[in-house]
Design a protein around this ligand. Sequence first.
Ligand code: HEC
Ligand code: HEC
Length: 319
Amino acid sequence: MADNKNNPGQVEDTGHEWDGIRELNNPCPRWWLNSLYLSGLLVIVYFVLYPSLPLVNESTKGLLGWTMINEYKEDLAKVEAKRAPFEDKLASMTVEQILADQEMLNYAIGSSKVLYGDNCAACHGTGGAPAAGAGYPNLTDDDWLFGGKPQEIMVSIAAGRQGMMTAHKDILKPEEVDQLVQFVVDSSNGVATEAGKALYMAKGCFACHGADAKGVKAMGSANLTDKIWRFSGEPEQIRHTILHGVNHVSDPLTRVAVMPAWNEKLAIMLEARANAIADGEDPNEIDWDDELDGTESERLTETEIKKLTVYVHQFGGGQ
Ligand code: HEC
Ligand code: HEC
């Protein structure tokens, strides 16, 4: 390093010079040096307080004992504490009460999104509208196979659903199948003929779809007089349904329509309560030991099913 004695009062010179440009040796600014020392200090403080040095199986723990998982657990506990009063209240409310209480309704809907996404969206689509042709019912329309009242939706979710239509390939003549396909197409357009209707009655379709062909909720039989199709309105697809039925086990070409059960225990309890009320008995008197044997599945809790009932109900098609 060259001396700068020759130029006192001037900045020190490193002695390097390129094409007449001299490299000076200015001291670093004070503020810059201070921040450097400060950050060095912070490193030491951090090093002492927090986990820092990786060892064989874990790292040094630090004086504060902080860990990311603990922080996560604390955050979670805070969220749970906020939710607890709502969850407790929900547990004691009926679906109808939840629907009538704006605050609880908002909470139920908000906390159902993940529940629905995890358990239902794979079949019914994110917003309740499945991909066309996927073979799952749309939950956002006004057309319910098994009913859109809160209690009916709740039973659908708790018990699962499996509509059953017999295959007709062995009992109908080809021309009868043609005529019935035409009847279904005509019905959906509101122009069914007397002859078509007569065949529909004679072949026993009415036993499940009703004399008016509008479907029977207790059986989940589709309404044949509207333009909303459970499967498809294409004549070839209608023919397929008539020939092979739905969930007709012995026909390998049958349509498969299975809604899994999410809480068999709750399903049995709902049914027993409904029966007791229908028979004029007190549902609180039911002896559950007689009804339940302890092997019933509970994939979702009763509260979760209430939330989902509310969620599905507000998709727009609720009744
Ligand atoms: C044992 C009861 C039963 C009988 C008998 C029956 N169906 Fe069905 N049918 C159903 C059920 C239940 C569904 C809906 C299945 C589902 O979604 O799970 C259905 C669905 C259909 C569909 C599909 C509608 C759509 O929206 O895609 C057509 C078409 C149909 N039935 C026509 C007929 C005709 C025609 C007859 C008479 C030959 C008949 N069904 C007899 C129970 C029956
Ligand atoms: C494996 C696919 C599948 C999953 C998962 C599923 N569903 Fe379904 N769901 C169905 C099928 C198929 C039907 C129609 C059954 C039939 O046609 O007989 C149905 C019917 C329903 C119905 C009755 C619709 C009506 O028109 O009456 C409701 C309500 C319903 N599902 C809600 C749910 C909810 C809520 C979840 C999540 C907890 C869920 N489903 C998960 C396949 C599924």
